[in-house]
Design a protein around this ligand. Structure first.
Ligand code: AR6
Length: 179
């Protein structure tokens, strides 16, 4: 069984096997959660990311976590929201799926996601939460090393969207606040 849970917190502080970064196609840093992860991981992360030669929207690449508690960072690139008719939902689902595939290929047991694309890239946070939870649920129906998937929200409002989507399945899912 894989437990899915949502919390409010700073993803850079989580000690899951991997944390996911909502990056851009250059993989060379930016603001938001990307900036926070690079600051917390240290300059070695940017040096490593230069060797990855970017990443397409909807794809994912892995790096070490360097100074983070998390052992790995999975960098993915969410779609920029331009109204929803340019493949944004499918590309966002692909970010979650490709990240989970990488984590499972590495035999990881836990992973934490931020709310990809819902900041600077303007994807509506409620719709994004539904896609995130449904894509993860679909993935963990197949055999996987993953035992825990954390949705790390950055606001109570975002947490509410996840709680709504996580609630119906009952005992094997739960939502909570950190601290
Ligand atoms: N921990 C968890 N979530 C966070 C944190 C944090 N420390 N900081 C911000 N968030 P965004 P995007 C939330 O803008 O929309 C960057 O410049 C934030 O509240 O970081 O995918 C990249 O380089 C929001 O809910 O990512 C790209 O250019 C979520 O993380 C671009 O932004 C995502 O917001 C990507 O835009």
């Amino acid at each position: 069984m894989t437990e899915l849970r949502a919390l409010v917190g700073d993803i850079t502080q989580l000690a899951t096997d991997a944390i996911v970064n909502a990056s851009n196609e250059s993989l060379l840093g930016g603001g938001g959660v990307d900036g926070a992860i690079h600051r917390a991981a240290g300059p070695e992360l940017l040096a490593f990311c230069r060797t990855l030669h970017g990443c397409a929207t909807g794809a994912a690449k892995v790096s070490p976590g360097f100074r983070l508690a998390a052992k790995h960072v999975i960098h993915t690139v969410g779609p920029v929201w331009t109204g929803g008719h340019n493949g944004e939902p499918e590309l966002l689902a692909s970010c979650y799926r490709r990240s989970l595939e990488l984590a499972a290929d590495l035999g990881l047991r836990s992973i934490a996601f931020p709310c990809i694309s819902t900041g600077v890239y303007r994807f509506p946070a409620d719709a994004a939460a539904i896609i995130a939870v449904r894509t993860v649920r679909q993935f963990v129906t197949t055999a996987t090393s993953l035992r825990e998937v954390v949705f790390c929200c950055f606001s109570e409002q975002a947490l509410g969207y996840y709680q709504r989507e996580l609630a119906p399945l009952g005992d094997d899912t739960r939502s909570e606040r950190s601290e």
